[in-house]
Design a protein around this ligand. Structure first.
Ligand code: BGC
Length: 814
């Protein structure tokens, strides 16, 4: 099914208004073709066009040396321009922006300032994270510029397969490069603090290790093309409601152990070119203006070498402050936020004034400018890369199809109803989403793909016989409802979030007839959400009444005839499952699986692919069981300004396990069509020295080839501070094991893995005592337990005090 225009539209009200009100620095379309200089047999580009070789033009020197030379050649005005982007012209596909300049890559999110006289080109940045987000159609151009919609972040993370994620990143990054973009604004790795966050689909997990490992793999894959990434949103961007102004009270321990940990892993393991600071405030200060976050921790502690850019208009409390330009630009630049995106004329004015008055020190400006220059010098546009505008979309469709099927989680499969192979008998397909599959969420995380394969298309292509009458009833209904939804979104304005299509009302008798004529029923439950808004408990987290009726009636009718019911969950975030899961026979969580969605689902449904995805978050019995449910979105309830993270480090399974709250499906859970036995757990040492290796043998004891994700949890002694009962410290996925085949996996634990952050000591400390290692197929399906000791307390790392609280509060303790 082809995407309609509203789905391609970007939810960016602020951007559209600001663009139409203010003027931008121009973006040049010119290619950078400087004359050449030959010196002692070497050829250089005379970027400055002055007939002599300047240090910055000498490509034998390091990028740092070249950037330092360039800084000295720039005027104050050029520096001020360079510290901010050149706007976001023509970005919104829904509301035409009068007078917008489209730039070199229409639909990109922005770019840096071009300094023609020095031969410094503008770098282009575009969204992510489910693929490259640019405009598919250009004015007066017959070519198309579609990109591959890969599975959403949550779906990718559910593979737990770093090698596979790297290959997805490689494919995504080649689209970035071949469409002439320099930096992809991805991956996004905020923690799923609460199931209702509207952007959870873009993010990976409630667990920082999973988020960090998957993000690292993605960064490595994308950057292997010689283009950059921007890991975002740094940090604690966990709600969309009032995201530009929400002040979050978070303890330093929760910041470091939960909200920063994934970023720390990604920075240390994959060297992203850029980091995007978030919109929110932490303990009273915008993240983009926090020196502890952007300099002390990110650069000094973790060794980050790239640039930090703001999120779009980050540091402005809302629309009025954007228009008046009242943000503390100097504080942002001093904090280590090098680039202000997308760039406002008011910011340039403030920078120049503060430079003149001395409020903004030359050293700060020069340092930030130098770092931006280092990015430009290594970008594809600097070396004049001749992009083709023709990435290999056919090959990438195969990659997304495979990645999506590996990220699917089989939640239930009574009496092995799946895999389903009966192609002769009719399958009755219910649920509007079966006919209008959801590839991914909305907002900047949306991709303009050429098509999305629906479930019924996938089933038909694979040779399954579908109930034609149902198809005839659903197809026009879905078309009509979808058109109405798009229209209503247009009327509600560009910040409008997608709304669920109502279910087609089918009489009980009609369903009973299908239970006679068909062999199997499939019901798809669909959910969509996006940037700019959070989800609701009613009719979103909880099923809506029409969905409950559909599940009830189909299950009763089909079970009465001894036939089975399979539910496909085409969702971007967690929904309630406890009240209805017993009514159906199988549940396949397909997430929002990208443009090949229907094919990917059918690959698992039919058994072509044995499911091996596992949950990267907890599915609670009821929403109220979520640890942050009580303080979600903050106060005052009507229009929150502050939110207190009272649950501390007890996020996700860390809460459910420690406080013995039974979930509907636990973190790490996922079934296979096969079975796996765990044996031979061996520790390299029973006393911890510098590191510890755990080996475990996994055997496929079933009849179908499959992969297994092995999880290693740690239960640490907690004399000095309270700790979660278990924390994931390592994981590994087997290769595809044939029936009867075994594989031995090695998992490594470092001193930092043993440590908690002790605010009292400003340090990561591993207590002396006995540590339990739990090796499991999920956070509660523990297959083996073993122990080791730490003889003397280890201070693993000392840190500088950060995130001073603006308001004291009590954190949850077990
Ligand atoms: C989003 C970012 C995105 C940026 C540029 C912001 O509204 O929060 O994720 O990269 O816009 O489009």
């Amino acid at each position: 099914m082809k995407k309609t225009i509203i789905q391609t539209a970007r939810v960016s009200f602020l951007t559209a208004v600001v663009i139409s009100n203010l003027s931008w620095n121009s973006i040049s379309d010119e290619k950078n073709n400087p004359p050449l200089l030959t010196i002692k047999g070497f050829t250089f580009k005379d970027l400055n066009n002055n007939g002599k070789l300047d240090i910055y033009e000498d490509t034998r020197l390091s990028i740092q040396e070249r950037a330092a030379d360039l800084v000295n050649k720039m005027t104050d005005e050029e520096k001020a321009n360079f510290l901010m982007g050149t706007g976001m012209p023509g970005f919104d596909g829904l509301t035409p922006v009068v007078g917008a300049i489209e730039g070199r890559v229409p639909g990109a999110a922005g770019g840096t300032y071009e300094i023609k006289r020095l031969g410094i080109p503008a770098v282009i940045v575009a969204d992510g994270p489910a693929g490259l987000r640019i405009k598919p159609i250009r004015t007066n151009d017959k070519n198309t510029y579609y990109c591959t919609a890969f599975p959403v972040g949550t779906a990718l993370a559910s593979t737990w397969n770093e090698a596979l994620i790297e290959s997805v990143g490689k494919a995504m990054g080649s689209e970035v490069k071949e469409y002439g973009v320099d930096v992809l604004l991805a991956p996004a790795l905020n923690i799923h603090r609460n199931p209702l966050c509207g952007r959870n689909f873009e993010y990976y997990s409630e667990d920082p290790l999973v988020a960090g490992k998957i993000a690292s793999a993605m960064v490595k894959g994308i950057q292997s093309n010689g283009v950059g990434t921007s890991i975002k949103h740094f940090a604690a961007n966990n709600q969309e409601t009032n995201r530009l102004s929400i002040n979050e009270h978070i303890s330093e321990r929760a910041m470091r152990e939960i909200y920063l940990k994934g970023f720390e892993i990604a920075v240390k393991e994959s060297n992203p070119w850029t980091v995007m600071s978030s919109y929110n405030l932490i303990n009273g200060t915008y993240t983009s203006a926090r020196k502890d976050l952007l300099t002390d921790i990110l650069r000094n502690e973790w060794g980050f070498k790239g640039i930090v850019m703001t999120d779009w208009f980050g540091g402005y409390a809302g629309f009025n402050s954007i228009i008046s330009g009242t943000s503390n630009v100097t504080q942002q630049l001093e904090a280590g936020n090098d680039l202000l995106m997308p760039g406002l004329p008011a910011q340039k004015k403030a920078i120049i004034e503060d430079m003149k008055s001395g409020k903004l020190a030359k050293e700060v400006v020069d340092l930030n400018v130098k770092r931006i220059l280092e990015l430009v010098l290594k970008s594809p546009i600097m070396s004049n890369y001749k992009y083709s505008d023709k990435p290999n979309l056919t090959k990438h469709a195969q990659i997304t199809r495979q990645a999506a099927s590996e990220g699917m989680v089989l939640l239930k499969n009574d009496k092995n109803v799946l895999p389903y192979t009966n192609k002769a008998a009719s399958v009755a397909v219910f649920g509007v989403t079966s006919y209008d599959f959801i590839a991914g969420g909305t907002g900047s995380g949306d991709v303009n793909e050429a098509y999305t394969v629906s479930l019924i298309e996938g089933l038909s292509k694979a040779g399954f016989s579908l109930d034609e009458e149902l198809k005839t009833l659903y197809t026009p209904f879905v078309a009509k409802e979808k058109a109405a939804e798009l229209k209503s979104r247009e009327e509600r304005g560009i910040l409008a979030l997608p709304q669920r299509l109502p279910e087609l009302k089918l009489e009980k008798e009609a369903i009973e007839k299908k239970a006679v004529s068909s062999e199997l029923a499939i019901i798809t439950i669909g959910r969509n959400s996006g940037e700019g808004g959070d989800r609701t408990v009613d009719n979103d987290f909880n099923l809506a009444e029409d969905e409950v009726v559909l599940i009830n009636n189909v299950s009763e009718a089909f079970h009465a005839k001894g036939k089975k019911v399979v539910v496909i969950m085409n969702i971007g975030g967690v929904i309630e499952t406890a009240s209805w899961k017993d009514k159906v026979d199988a549940i396949l969580l397909s997430w929002q699986p990208g443009q090949e969605g229907g094919n990917s689902v059918v690959d698992v449904f039919s058994g072509k692919v044995n499911p091996s995805g596992k949950l990267t978050m907890t599915f609670p019995m009821k929403y109220e069981d979520t640890p942050s449910a009580k303080n979600w979105l903050g106060t005052p309830i009507e229009n929150p300004t502050t939110v207190t993270y009272e649950e501390g480090v007890y996020v996700g399974y860390r809460y459910f396990s420690t406080f013995n709250v039974k979930p509907s499906y636990e973190f790490g859970f996922g079934k296979s069509y096969s079975y796996f036995a765990y044996s031979d757990v061996k520790l390299s040492n029973s006393v911890f020295k510098d590191k510890l290796t755990v080996s475990v043998t996994v055997k496929n004891t079933g009849k179908i080839a499959g992969k297994e994700v092995v999880q290693l949890y740690l239960s640490a002694p907690s004399k000095s501070i309270d700790k979660p009962k278990e924390e994931l410290k390592a994981f590994a996925k087997t290769k595809e094991l044939k029936p009867g085949e075994s594989s031995t996996l090695q998992l490594t634990i470092s001193p930092k893995d043993l440590a908690s952050f002790l605010e009292s000591k400003n340090a990561w400390v591993a207590e002396a005592g006995t540590y339990k290692l739990l090796i499991g197929a999920s956070s509660s399906d523990i297959k083996n337990t073993t122990e080791f000791t730490v003889e003397k307390e280890i201070t693993v790392e000392k840190a500088k005090k950060a995130f001073e609280l603006d308001v004291p509060f009590n954190e949850l303790k077990p």
